[in-house]
Design a protein around this ligand. Structure first.
Ligand code: UTP
Length: 306
């Protein structure tokens, strides 16, 4: 089952961040939604930190309109740094510099945001024929529940492409890409993906396994994306390309595997999940946590009594 490309190590990550973020308007009118703060860091920094922690030091961010804030965040801020140096504020200086030192950042523009599949396709030249990771810029995986390293391991062992799956309540599956799976004998958390459906209608979902925003893809996906017509919502869907990959020959880089994730994950593009992420991460922080937790206890005890 192992393919030639699977032996090439995964060193590059693609982070699509060119969507319009309409669920967050008007906040996203002039600011990318990936820049919205989760406590005191923009969501996108958590994503880049995750890629870096998994050993991916080359990151291509797919941006669109309003790209400046994203690029500036991962660049030096000389005036600010100088000011903090003059003040002797070592702690803030370290935090300002952190984002610059995470990885080698590269940027490409998507032009029209024609869908996630299209965003991935613009990375083809940069990826240059290697298997690569994709991390959605608004999807946070808690750093205490590592997922990407396991996905890379599965890709290196089995070849083909790998998606991250999460079991969701049946009433929620229509919000996700949904995977039909079968056991493949590679561990309890790994499946062969036999089919994929983007946002299935109620009653048409083949399982409760939702595809979440982490992928390790064989470069064959670029050939498939070139031939993928617009799907649901008129967008070029990555799910449609992955579905096609499930039918392709393993020797040619086809086949898709799923890694089941049971950890904490937040979709910061969704307002309710964004709020949950902030409350949980703030409550768990050493610096802010004690005071915030005691306020939260009081708030829940008094204000939220029905
Ligand atoms: P979403 O569908 O959540 O993003 O895409 P969106 O379209 O910005 O959100 P809403 O529904 O209008 O609020 C998931 C990820 O894929 C990126 C987004 O930036 C997000 O990180 N994306 C999506 C692109 O880069 N390009 C696209 O054409 C679409």
């Amino acid at each position: 089952m192992t393919t030639t490309t699977s032996r090439i190590p995964v060193t590059k990550a693609v982070v699509p961040a060119a969507g319009l973020g309409t669920r967050f308007l008007p906040a996203t009118k002039a600011t990318p939604k990936e820049m919205l703060p989760v406590v005191d860091k923009p969501a996108i920094q958590y994503v880049v930190e995750e890629a870096s922690a998994a050993g991916l030091s080359d990151i291509l961010m797919v941006t669109g309109r309003n790209k400046r804030a994203l690029e500036d965040h991962f660049d030096r801020a000389y005036e600010l740094e100088e000011l903090l140096v003059r003040k002797g504020d070592e702690d803030r200086l370290r935090r300002v510099r952190e984002s610059v030192e995470l990885a080698n950042m590269h940027y490409v523009r998507q032009g029209d945001p024609k869908g996630l599949g299209h965003a991935v396709s613009v990375a083809e030249q940069h990826v240059a024929g290697q298997p690569f990771a994709v991390l959605l810029g608004d999807d946070l995986i808690d750093p205490r529940d590592p997922l990407l390293a396991r996905m890379i391991e599965v890709q290196q062992e089995l070849g083909g492409s790998v998606v991250a799956l999460m079991e969701v309540d049946p009433s929620q599956i229509h919000l996700y890409g949904c995977a039909a799976v079968k056991a493949n004998g590679f561990g309890e958390d790994v499946f062969q993906v036999t089919d994929l459906v983007e946002k299935p209608e109620p009653g048409e979902a083949p399982s409760n396994y939702a595809v979440i925003g982490r992928y390790v893809l064989d470069p064959l996906v670029f050939d498939v994306l070139r031939e993928t017509p617009p799907g649901r919502g008129g967008e070029i869907q990555l799910t449609d390309a992955l579905r096609e990959l499930t039918t392709r020959d393993a020797e040619a880089g086809g086949q898709v595997h799923g890694v089941l994730f049971k950890g904490r994950r937040y979709d910061t593009g969704d307002r309710a999940d964004y709020l949950r992420a902030i409350v949980r991460l703030a409550a768990e922080r050493e610096d802010l946590g004690p005071e915030f937790r005691s306020w939260l206890r009081e708030f829940v005890g008094s204000e939220l009594q029905d």
